[in-house]
Design a binder for this molecule. Structure first.
Ligand code: ADP
Ligand code: MG
Length: 338
């Protein structure tokens, strides 16, 4: 073995990128989450060739002051937490300061940003190094354009699937983000074709109808309950509307879409024997709870989180779904009038 030495920053960033940026959909996720954290009310995503050739995210959020733009691309540099206490009550989607340096280390990135107070900035990066940084006239907000993803990590590039598969992953990611934030107007355009558009009017029902169709939304009922620990709100399907996959179960905890098979199981359990074998409901459930009861620092992509009271939450979800469906059974004619 040779001597021990610290790796150069660019190499360290590339290694980190391996965990955070797996494919174009991960780029979309990280950039859109940054836009959400920046209090944007409108987020437009444009992609080319399944995002492999280009991902561009434009927001109307806080923007970045000129003297901070370089810092945003440094690893572990973040404006979202300050100390250890913050780490245990994170309420932003990001906080690790890893996304921008990771993306910039394996692609070409152009960021145009303005905080609406200072002059705007346009910075170009490639493979982790700054190419140009210039003042730019631009509106308040940020545009990040990522091209040539994995140009310097050919194995990663080879691993990508067809552009249609990658686009499918991006669409799924955008659907999750739009369901999690009905108060934000999202759009997704692939090579000129609009795949998603939401109004930003904070109407979850409308967002669900846009993603899963009006027909489906008509077969869903409102779910609302709260106890001393959790607030639960959303929609779940009548037993007559089912799918052959669990993919249509969405659980959103404090604005973050989480993949949690236990919570999905709780939703299904709420249906008791109302579902046929191999069929699953469609549901979008938003849970609000004390952020200190949730550890989001489990995985770099933060899709899996550790819930300190997951069992209780599962029981609450199951009981709420069960009661909601039971009440619905008592007033079947109300449905026809909707
Ligand atoms: P994190 O989101 O974990 O803080 P990132 O690498 O994704 O780390 O971003 C670094 C910082 O750059 C953020 O903390 C934020 O201050 C700033 N930033 C990134 N994207 C945007 C954006 N779209 N609008 C405003 N600020 C942004
Ligand atoms: Mg981020």
């Amino acid at each position: 073995m040779g001597t021990i030495h610290e790796l150069p920053t660019i190499l360290a960033d590339q290694i980190a990128a391996g965990e955070v940026i797996e494919r174009p959909a991960s780029v979309v996720k990280e950039l859109v989450e940054n836009a959400i954290d920046a209090h944007s009310t409108r987020i437009d995503v444009e992609v080319k060739h399944g995002g492999i050739d280009r991902v561009r995210v434009t927001d109307n959020g806080d923007g970045i002051a000129p003297d901070q733009v370089r810092l945003a691309f440094r690893r572990f540099a973040t404006s979202k937490i300050e100390d250890q206490a913050d780490l245990f009550r994170v309420n932003s989607l990001g906080f690790r300061g890893e996304a921008l340096p990771s993306i910039a280390s394996v692609a070409q990135v152009v960021m145009k940003t303005s905080d609406g107070v200072h002059p705007g900035t346009e910075m170009q990066m490639k493979g982790g190094t700054v190419q140009t940084e210039l003042p730019a006239a631009t509106r308040r907000g940020t545009t990040v354009e990522v091209t040539d993803l994995f140009f310097n990590t050919p194995k990663r590039r080879d691993y990508l699937k067809s552009s249609s598969t990658e686009l499918g992953k991006i669409t799924e990611m955008m659907n999750h983000l739009a369901l999690s934030h009905p108060e934000i107007a999202f759009s997704l355009v692939h090579e000129g074709k609009e795949l998603l558009r939401t109004s930003g009017r904070d109407n979850l029902q409308q967002v669900i109808a846009g993603i899963y169709s009006n027909q489906s939304m008509k077969k869903m009922i409102a779910v609302q309950a709260e106890n001393d620990q959790f607030q639960l709100a959303g929609y779940t399907s009548l037993p007559e509307l089912t799918r052959a996959s669990r993919k249509y179960l969405s659980v959103i905890v404090n604005g973050r879409f989480v993949q949690d098979s236990e919570l999905n199981r709780a939703i299904i359990a709420g249906y008791g024997s109302k579902l046929m074998v191999g069929r699953y409901p469609v549901a979008v459930l938003k849970i609000t709870m004390d952020p200190s009861q949730m550890d989001v620092n489990v995985h770099p992509t933060k899709q899996s989180v550790r819930l300190l009271n997951r069992d209780k939450l599962g029981q609450f979800i199951e009981a709420t779904i069960y009661q909601t469906l039971a009440q619905q059974n008592l007033i079947p004619e109300a449905l026809d009038n909707q």
